[in-house]
Design a protein around this ligand. Structure first.
Ligand SMILES: CC(C)(COP(=O)(O)OP(=O)(O)OC[C@H]1O[C@@H](n2cnc3c(N)ncnc32)[C@H](O)[C@@H]1OP(=O)(O)O)[C@@H](O)C(=O)NCCC(=O)NCCS
Length: 180
């Protein structure tokens, strides 16, 4: 468990979370499917279990980690890191239920996860990609002080078809010099 603050904690996702996670995604299918490519193909608790099984068996040498986000005691979303080990890189991804947006939950969770990625996992460059039209996710990147690098054309395939992706990054040296 990683404590973010008095309201938020991050819990490594395990197989026993499958029912809860699937129910959250299913109840927020339209909200999430607009931006996240994997939502369309996640169609049952069995699919959720298969996804979690890959992560539940992971150890320190694995290339992906996922955490449930708990806010005021309830699970409200998830956040994860996909590692690019040869380059000491990682990409962060996240989602929240529609109803729990607007409280800074993901910004606060990401800020804590940056420390974990840079200090515990020795990441050199952390990447964040968001669909260009995903105003809320782009705002998270900018609020956290990520640097905009450019646009990947039609790089994301979502319920709305192919979408351009804005690429942001933060280097460990920038994180060390942060002022917030
Ligand atoms: C992307 C997503 C996680 C952003 O959610 P969000 O609630 O806007 O982001 P945060 O949790 O960081 O909250 C920021 C909001 O809380 C407010 N806030 C309140 N307290 C805050 C605090 N302590 N710190 C930061 N922001 C705070 C901010 O002002 C902002 O409000 P605004 O939208 O009115 O400007 C959410 O929209 C989502 O899940 N979308 C669907 C899936 C998705 O797109 N995932 C990302 C793919 S790249």
């Amino acid at each position: 468990m990683i404590k973010v603050d008095n309201e938020i904690s991050l819990h490594p996702a395990t197989l026993s979370d499958a029912d809860e996670m699937y129910a959250l995604v299913d109840a927020n299918r339209k909200h999430l499917g607009r931006w996240l490519p994997w939502v369309e193909s996640l169609r049952s608790v069995g699919d959720e279990r298969r996804w979690l099984r890959q992560r539940a068996g992971m150890d320190a040498s694995s290339d992906e980690e996922a955490w449930l986000i708990r806010y005021q005691g309830a699970t409200v979303g998830a956040i994860g890191l996909i590692y690019d080990a040869p380059n000491n890189g990682a990409e962060v991804g996240y989602w929240l239920t529609e109803a729990t947006q607007g409280h800074g939950i993901v910004t606060r969770s990401c800020r804590t996860l940056l420390g974990y990625a840079f200090m515990v996992r020795s990441v050199h460059r952390l990447q964040l990609r968001a669909a260009s039209e995903n105003v809320r996710s782009v705002a998270v990147a900018e609020r956290l002080g990520f640097t905009f690098e450019g646009v990947q054309r039609e790089a994301l395939y979502t319920a709305k078809g192919y979408q351009d992706a804005k690429v942001y990054s933060m280097l460990v040296s920038e994180w060390e010099q942060r002022t917030d």
